[in-house]
Design a protein around this ligand. Sequence first.
Ligand code: FAD
Length: 489
Amino acid sequence: MIRTGEEYRQGLRDGREVWIDGERVADVTKHPAFKPIVDVRARIYDMAHEAPYQERLTYVADNERNTIFYKPPRETSDWTDKVEAVDAVMKDIGGVVTRVGDETIGEVWSLIDGRDVLAEYDPRFADNVDRHVASILDNDIFHVSANTDPKGDRSRAPQDQDPDMMVHVVKETDAGIVIRGAKYETAAAYADQAFLKPTVGAWTNETLSDYAVGGIVRMGAPGVKHICRSGFAGRSDPADYPLANRFDEVEAMVIFDNVLIPWEDIFFYRHTKAAQHVRGTLHRYSAFPYVQRLLYVADMMIGAAMWNARQTGLDKLQSVREKLADLVCYREGINAHLTASIAMAQKSPGGLLMPHQSMLYAGRVHACANLPAMMHIARELCGGQICVTPNAAAFNAEGSGDWLKKFYTLNDQWEAEDRRKLLAFARDLLNSDYAGHRLTFVQFAQAPHFNHLAAVYNSFDFDGPLDFVRKSAGLSDKILSDKVRGAGK
Ligand SMILES: Cc1cc2nc3c(=O)[nH]c(=O)nc-3n(C[C@H](O)[C@H](O)[C@H](O)COP(=O)(O)OP(=O)(O)OC[C@H]3O[C@@H](n4cnc5c(N)ncnc54)[C@H](O)[C@@H]3O)c2cc1C
């Protein structure tokens, strides 16, 4: 089934408890901090019904039309279809949004691969995975990710501090389990449900743990409270901050105050091994759309820098071209990792098609780690005017407007209004509060840098380089003992 934007909005009016800036939000679809991003999500739903987009955004199987985004990948074309669908969305909305569902569904596909580990503990839980994978597809559910707890003081075990610092089970009932704690979740306040799983921590040496719990939590369920960070949308004139006003994806600390998770929504419970397995494979698929977003961020930086260089004639300079080329290398580096990871895709333990793991994870490191340096280059190329240019109101006001029009007009092609718009766009992309927030988002939202590197280390096959050097250097066979081999793994 494919939902309409209006059906999605209707689903958010479920009495959910959302707070922002000390105020309880009556309707997230209408509040100024949420409306723009809810409208983007609704637009994506509506696009799937429109003739120019339907073929790219949906597919038909068993007489049912479903979204291409949620189709579990089994062949290469499943990935290239998803790439094209994301491309259609980003170009239609004219910006970049990350957490709109396709980027988080991969976490659920990882569960398909972990079915056997879950079934080992309780076959009911593996059946729950199957049913939820189907339900997300059948109901076109907007699904987000709940991993990160406040954690508290990590030098102490969870139970030695306020136990709510990490989500845990407090009661088991006939209907399900009751959980307490909190998670940071992007987009939770305007999503349907979240896949909750633990931050694996100090308790992982325990065989069974109340902290090892994972399942689906409905965002409007009793006891679920969304306490959001302040929004960027609505704070300023969209003419001055065009990205912050349209694409802010509000995060929330989602509190679970004795929330019942029904048995049919649980994937694992008091099962440390399952928790470790799920966390270890979490981004197997979802890293792909995450990294793909950065291709569009790179294009925005290249476009802003190139327009600026062209309008001032600076693109004739070799040293300016070199900086533009650095941006292009960054962009094409992302593109190459994504392309190669699909071309070299690997079969997963559950029979799905995973993007080539070490290439994908290396691409994530390339894209995330180099973003600050690339923003610096793009900022340099845009010049200091992105931080000194007055707002649109000053360009329109009597008294100041004429002076600004005089000094911001470059030639017949570039009049003051286009130059102002370009500088406002570049400021919001590279310099504003929103720009800083997005940089932090990219660096953390799919785990921090050390974790990205751990994923590369754990997915790369070191045997090739080890054998190559062993032969090339003429090393003896003594080094092949298990003890030494194991050390590199
Ligand atoms: C904008 C934004 C959006 C987010 N959205 C979501 C979301 O939708 N869902 C979700 O679950 N989470 C989300 N997060 C949370 C995010 O996943 C966490 O911020 C991240 O996992 C790091 O956890 P932390 O903030 O508790 O940092 P900490 O664990 O306190 O780590 C802070 C820093 O300490 C260092 N460090 C910590 N542990 C180690 C280690 N073992 N080895 C080496 N260095 C270490 C690293 O430098 C690390 O970056 C979001 C975060 C941000 C900033």
